[in-house]
Design a protein around this ligand. Structure first.
Ligand SMILES: *[C@@H]1O[C@H](CO)[C@@H](O)[C@H](O)[C@H]1NC(C)=O
Ligand SMILES: *[C@@H]1O[C@H](CO)[C@@H](O)[C@H](O)[C@H]1NC(C)=O
Ligand SMILES: *[C@@H]1O[C@H](CO)[C@@H](O)[C@H](O)[C@H]1NC(C)=O
Length: 322
């Protein structure tokens, strides 16, 4: 893997230090691309974009400090004088010259490549496609079975103009077009092209995911560069995970049983404390219920009133009789 990445740089190594370094550099659109120049320079370094007249100075370095001219370019100064161009656009393609003290030491041609993406989206979700250009672009669609590219949208100044099937579902933000509510008929290949040159910028192969398995996967609607990543099934746990889950469940069970046992013991203790036997209450003269208490008092009063005035009345009766 790393060997493969390093091969272009190894091949770019100059055979002799006096020859002009002719290099063909390639990079992906809208990424940071490197223009190699494997030669040291201890004087004034200058990078010039050529063959796109007029020639344009990209960067100028003197006494260890560099000035860039709008490209936010970075120049290597220790060992060699490579140039890094961030967010490379189609307009950055072409020839470059690396100068050392006014002498051309490197000649680099930059070519930018389109992105190849795969996207897996489930029905009803949204598809995001990077436009990779701030210039006008057009988006086409090709059904897997068909051979023709049909125009879907023309995007100019972040405004999408789309054909009827897509007009209500499309929007553009941050150089990304979004198609919402994806359906099965969207399965196929979307291609973003530069409107002026018709150069391909981004190719997205969309597959529709369906069924339960896809609902479990959260990683939808995104695309990955140049790789066909198999979708991980979140329900498939690895064996260490299964063991960990089993032990965890076992411990949790024991814990819950302990809590239940403690609760039961506490409940029994509380019940014993707050409900003593009924006899002591009766010896204290307290009726178990207030209603009974009141009625017994009323009954006692009734008995008193029946007995109390009794003798008086009897006296009266006696008086009246006398
Ligand atoms: C760089 O250094 C040299 C001598 O050390 C000086 O003459 C020159 O002005 C410096 N240039 C800049 C841009 O600082
Ligand atoms: C380029 O990529 C950056 C993120 O790396 C993104 O913010 C920007 O919008 C992209 N530009 C274009 C023109 O696609
Ligand atoms: C998505 O598309 C389906 C079928 O075309 C339609 O029935 C549904 O209303 C659409 N949903 C939204 C939110 O547009």
């Amino acid at each position: 893997m790393w060997i493969l990445i390093l091969i272009p740089f190894l091949l770019a190594e100059p055979s002799t230090s006096t020859s002009l370094d002719l290099t063909q550099a390639k990079g992906l659109l809208n990424t940071t691309v490197k223009l190699p120049c494997e030669k040291p320079c201890h004087g004034v370094v200058k990078w010039v974009k050529v063959r796109s007249p007029p020639s344009q100075t990209i960067a100028h370095c003197e006494n260890g400090t560099c000035a860039d001219f709008g490209n936010k370019a970075t120049v290597g100064l220790s060992g060699n004088i490579f140039l890094l161009l961030p967010q490379a656009a189609l307009s950055d393609e072409g020839g470059y010259e690396g100068h050392c003290d006014g002498k051309v030491i490197c000649d680099v041609t930059l070519e930018l490549l389109a992105h190849h993406n795969t996207a897996e989206v489930r029905i009803g979700d949204a598809l995001f496609i990077g436009l990779l250009s701030s210039e006008p672009v057009r988006v086409t669609f090709r059904k897997a079975s068909h051979s023709t590219d049909d125009l879907v949208c023309v995007v100019e100044g972040a405004v999408p103009l789309c054909v009827r099937e897509y007009s209500r579902r499309s929007s553009v933000q941050d150089y990304t077009v979004t198609f919402t509510n994806v359906t099965e008929s969207d399965e196929g290949v979307f291609t973003v092209r530069d409107s002026n040159t018709m150069r391909r910028l981004n190719i997205v192969k969309l597959t529709i995911k369906d069924g339960l398995q896809n609902k479990m996967n959260e990683d939808v609607g995104t695309f990955k560069d140049n790789v066909n990543v198999p979708v991980p099934d979140t329900w498939q746990f690895s064996i260490p995970w299964e063991i960990a889950l089993f032990i965890g469940g076992f411990i949790l069970n024991i814990f819950l049983w302990k809590i239940l046992a403690f609760g039961k013991r506490t409940y029994t203790r509380i019940r014993n404390t707050f409900s003593p036997p009924p006899q002591p209450e009766e010896t204290l003269g307290l009726a178990p219920f207030p209603g009974t208490n009141r009625s017994s008092i009323q009954r006692m009063r009734a008995e008193e009133s029946a007995l109390g005035p009794g003798p008086v009345q009897t006296k009266d009766v006696v008086h009246s009789l006398q």
